[in-house]
Design a protein around this ligand. Structure first.
Ligand code: WT7
Length: 631
């Protein structure tokens, strides 16, 4: 497949993509297998919003990920799987094997009542069956909703409930570092309130003892024995939903971001091949969990569409020791390595002794994603992992964008530490000031928006189109608003400065402050809480919680431990506050709104400029909070 090979070509492709987007994207789409070609490339407005790509086209994405490759690379490895425990044997699954595994599991889904259009929740460890489950859903035309295994029962229940899932696919447990995570028991707890679920398919992974509920729960390993490896792919419309993936918002419960079939397919394939400059037979490793969009787009769909070999790792970077990533790179001769700044910073912090034993000479390209990467971490990655010979692609994008939007093309775009550099062909970013005026020219800073659609973009938020409009299209009329602040330097390079709304990027995970507050408020002694972020050396941002206890309990470690346990139970360990301050009151306006601006300043330890506090209902609370600040 063709791809961009020089900077001049990037510039000319970019120009074409802006001058004639329909022609540009239809050329990319022609590379795929269609059951019926589209009638019209694009229909759009950002006011409803309504975005449709490749209208009238019929296809199945798994035919493009699997069947299409069988003739040329049936015996090539599609997935390399490395288990959590280095002493357990890994697996290599060829395209041919993956194709038959997916077909078999598609039959299992059908046997258990699944139909085209059903929503299926996947809550699994990072094992090949997770990829198989995702693809089998797509094969039968069911909509997958993968929930990260680190979320606990309330977050899981909210997601299953919102999507009205009829089937859950899970495992008895997950191995993560030295821990066993009891996935099935979390499912059992969540399903007490989710009546839509009729079947639970359970993969045996950890051999943890679990309860199987008669007639509802079945074992993966038993079901798979009953079926054949033939399954003709369901015919899907270009705009049929492919998946829902929940992401946190500024307010309320998480939003079900909806991606549809053809546009997503064309976009992740194009971005995968061009950003990483993927060459045939290279080994690509994306360390993200499939529970996040990065895992969907660049662990499963992008690499498989491109016929690549994709590595899936079950474990964590620090088990059995902090050399684990580097050991796996040497073991499988990984060529392209894609990870998050948090992981880089935490591995940098433990010192070079964990890097030194490894050669890392197979590496050709390094990537980062998920949050801004600071210059120190960028340089460490470049010098010690890339040995100053691997281009680093700092890729900016979002759950809602489906694929990478602003990024260097490896080895083609000149990089600059902490800059995501330039928009990919087809992407038209703009910076707006607070009043919505476009900031033209270079050396400007504003809010990052998009003024033209791209094939991989969000279509709606599940069952709630209004929320899609409110979240992304209502701030600035006629634009998609990303929620990020951004600078454009003298060369037109983009540098993302971070979120400008009430979500926090903690270790690269997007968490809504409202969601964390709801979890804290489940503690019986807490009446109200407010959560803000504070800069954190490793995690990027840490979680600072202010909580009001109405049972006169002392501000003790015990109470804090209980609050942390509550958050872990209801939301998951990824949302645990780093600092908890018990307060008597919160700074509120007369209309009852919490002034987070003040709390953010206090959390950062910056008391100098708290702004106007005269509108507060009770300005005294600010003094109390300042005095009790946790360092
Ligand atoms: C938010 C989206 C993209 C997949 C994983 C995260 C931040 C993402 C970068 C980057 C600076 C980045 C933004 C964005 N972000 N990549 N390279 N540089 N910031 O997806 O959880 O939907 O989060 O992640 O703030 O809005 P997500």
């Amino acid at each position: 497949m063709n791809r961009i090979t020089s900077f001049e070509q990037y510039l000319s492709e970019y120009k074409k993509s802006v001058e004639n987007p329909e022609q540009f994207w239809s050329k990319q789409a022609e590379e795929f297998v269609w059951k019926k070609k589209w009638d019209k490339v694009l229909d759009w407005n950002f006011t409803e919003p309504n975005v449709k790509w490749f209208i009238g086209g019929k296809l199945n994405i798994t035919e493009n990920c699997l069947d299409r490759h069988l003739a040329e690379r049936g015996n090539q490895t599609a997935i390399i799987w490395e288990p959590n425990n280095p002493n357990e044997t890994g697996r290599k699954i060829s395209y041919k094997e993956l194709h038959s595994e997916v077909c078999r599991f598609a039959n299992v889904l059908k046997n258990n009542g699944a139909k085209k259009g059903d929503r299926i929740c996947i809550y699994m460890p990072m094992v090949p069956e997770l990829a198989i489950a995702v693809l089998a859903c797509a094969r039968i035309g069911a909509i997958h909703s993968v929930v990260f295994g680190g979320f606990s029962f309330q977050s899981l229940a909210d997601r299953i409930h919102d999507a009205d899932c009829s089937i859950v696919i899970t495992a008895d447990g997950a191995f993560r570092g030295a821990k066993d995570i009891p996935l099935k028991s979390v499912i059992d707890e969540a399903l007490q309130t989710c009546t839509s679920v009729k079947k639970v398919i359970v993969l045996k992974r950890t051999n943890t003892e679990i309860k199987m509920q008669n007639s509802r729960d079945v074992w993966w390993q038993e079901e798979i024995k009953k079926v054949s490896a033939d399954f003709p792919a369901e015919e899907m419309d270009s705009e049929d939903m492919l998946f829902i993936l929940y992401t946190s918002g500024s307010t309320g419960k998480p939003k079900g971001v909806v991606h549809t079939t053809a546009g997503y397919m064309v976009y992740v394939d194009y971005t995968f091949r061009n950003v990483f400059q993927y060459n045939k037979r290279e080994v690509f490793w994306c360390t993200a969990d499939v529970g996040w969009i990065t895992g969907h787009s660049y662990l499963i769909y992008g690499p498989l569409l491109a016929g690549a070999t994709t590595l899936m790792f079950e474990g964590i970077p620090t088990f059995p020791d902090a050399g684990r990533f580097w050991q796996v790179i040497d073991k499988y001769k990984v060529n392209i390595f894609y990870t998050a700044p948090t992981a880089i910073r935490s591995l940098e912090a433990v010192g070079l002794d964990f890097v030194k034993p490894y050669k890392l000479d197979s590496l050709r390209v390094l990537g980062t994603v998920g949050e801004p990467i600071n210059e120190v971490a960028w340089n460490w990655y470049n010098e010690n992992i890339g040995k100053e010979k691997c281009p680093i692609v700092d890729t900016w994008w979002q759950t809602e964008t489906g694929g990478i939007m602003i990024s260097p093309l490896a080895g083609i775009t000149k990089t600059k530490p902490s800059f995501a550099t330039l928009p990919l062909p087809g992407i038209q970013p703009v910076l707006l000031d607070e009043s919505g005026k476009e900031l033209l020219g270079n050396n400007v800073e504003g809010r990052l928006c998009m003024k033209f659609p791209w094939p991989g973009m969000i279509r709606t938020t599940y069952k709630n189109h209004q929320r899609c409009f409110d979240s992304y299209f209502s701030h600035y009329h006629g634009y998609y608003f990303t929620g990020d602040g951004c600078k454009r330097d003298e060369n037109g390079y983009y540098r993302i400065t971070g979120r400008v709304d009430d979500v926090i990027k903690v270790s690269g995970h997007l968490l809504g402050t409202a969601e964390i507050e709801n979890a804290i408020n489940q503690h019986p002694d807490i009446v109200e809480s407010a959560v803000v972020g504070f800069p954190h050396e490793i995690k990027g941002w840490g979680i600072y919680a202010f909580a009001i206890d109405d049972h006169g309990r002392k501000d003790t470690d015990e109470l804090k431990k209980e609050i942390i346990a509550t958050v872990t139970k209801f939301m998951g360990a990824i949302a645990k506050p780093d600092k908890i301050q018990i307060v008597k009151g919160l700074p509120k306006t007369r209309s009852g709104k919490i002034m987070r601006r003040i709390l953010r300043k206090i959390a950062e330890g910056d008391f100098s400029n708290l702004g106007d506090i005269s509108t507060l209902l009770d300005p005294n609370v600010v003094e109390e909070i300042k005095t009790g600040r946790i360092n």
